[in-house]
Design a protein around this ligand. Structure first.
Ligand code: ADP
Ligand code: MG
Length: 330
């Protein structure tokens, strides 16, 4: 590589070099970038939560994707996993494989990555830099109070099923990119796909209230499937309650998509990165009483283990049959 590996790391990834400041005091980083390992202090009373996600060119993103958005999203998908466990994000490592050194690309990638990292006060503590087909592997680390992590296995009979934010916009953005739909306004959907907002504050809050949680990366039904499998229960979802964005509703009104298509994106589209969680009715009342502006929607309820494991209704009418071909119903 033209620019040496170590200069590259220093120029684009060493935060203290980028900002001109040594790493701050309350970051719990004893040794950061520059040694063989990072050394971190886990505060007393907390456990470490660790997750890794890879983004591979041509598989997870288009080769020509904007580097800023790629940097941003490679961190966002990892932070979303920490949010799902109720962990507070603290540190991140980054392994990047590059076909060549393109400084403009690196600069934009780094800008996108640190835009999100700085927003959440996260420190890049190390990584690896290699030459080869473009691929990015990020491992985010967070802390969670001892034995308080949210798991997929905690859903209980009678719990409400809730989601944060709105559903389906990322999937519609992807469909639009693939020219499967012609939308009136593309931008909101492309932003939802590429500038995902991980729900970390909500995740930390939910650790005190929810019984189980997962982030929606593979579509609501598939991810709810993981909760019902792990918790040995069933679920009903009322489709008329699925939260749709203003932009999505506008597309329905403009007849660029049907309501049924919107349901399909909301139920099966990936890339939402919203939190899907279960919560007892009592805890739900407490949660909305104490946090009345919280953007969550009750969309269903946990029922006994059943076949199909997830029942779909629309205004009380059973609709799952209309969506045949989706494996996760079976
Ligand atoms: P080693 O050969 O001992 O594994 P490297 O020479 O690969 O170490 O890396 C030197 C230092 O730079 C290490 O602290 C490593 O964690 C860090 N590093 C390497 N690549 C990156 C990257 N893309 N982002 C952040 N830190 C990196
Ligand atoms: Mg070494």
């Amino acid at each position: 590589m033209s620019l040496g590996e170590f200069d590259l790391i220093k120029r684009y990834f060493q935060q203290s070099a980028l900002s001109g400041n040594p790493i701050g005091k309350n970051t719990n980083v004893v040794i950061g970038i520059g040694d063989d390992c990072a050394i971190l202090d886990v505060p007393d009373g907390y456990q470490l939560a660790v997750t890794t996600d890879s983004l591979v060119s041509g598989v997870h993103f288009f080769e020509d994707v904007c580097a800023f958005r790629l940097g941003y999203k490679s961190l966002a998908v990892n932070l979303s996993d920490l949010a799902a466990m109720g962990a507070e994000p603290k540190w991140v490592s980054l392994a990047i494989t590059l076909p060549r050194v393109n400084e403009q690309w690196l600069s934009e990638f780094s800008r996108g990555f640190f835009e999100l990292a700085n927003k959440h006060n996260i420190i890049l503590i190390g990584g690896d830099t290699t030459k080869g087909p473009l691929s990015i592997t990020v491992s985010a680390k967070g802390i969670v109070p001892r034995n308080k992590a949210l798991l997929r296995s905690g859903a209980m009979l009678g719990d409400f099923i809730c989601v944060s934010g709105t559903l389906g916009d990322g999937a519609l953005g992807l469909a639009s990119k693939l020219e499967q739909v012609q939308l009136t306004h593309n931008d909101a959907f492309l932003d939802a796909l590429e500038l995902t907002e991980p729900r970390n504050e909500l995740g930390v809050l939910l650790a005190e209230y929810a019984s189980s949680c997962i982030d929606i990366s593979d579509g609501l039904l598939q991810d709810l499937g993981h909760i019902v499998d792990s918790s040995h229960c069933g679920a009903t979802i009322q489709c008329e309650k699925l939260p749709l964005s203003t932009a999505m509703k506008q597309e329905i009104r403009n007849n660029t998509i049907t309501l049924e298509q919107a349901f399909k994106y909301a139920l099966t589209g990936g890339d939402d990165y919203e939190l899907l969680f279960t919560i007892s009715k009592q805890q739900y009342q407490q949660l909305i009483l104490q946090h009345d502006t919280i953007a969550i929607t009750v969309i269903g309820e946990i029922i006994e283990h059943n076949s199909p494991k997830i029942h779909l209704t629309n205004n009380s009418e059973v609709i799952s049959r209309q969506f045949s071909g989706w494996d996760h119903f079976k």
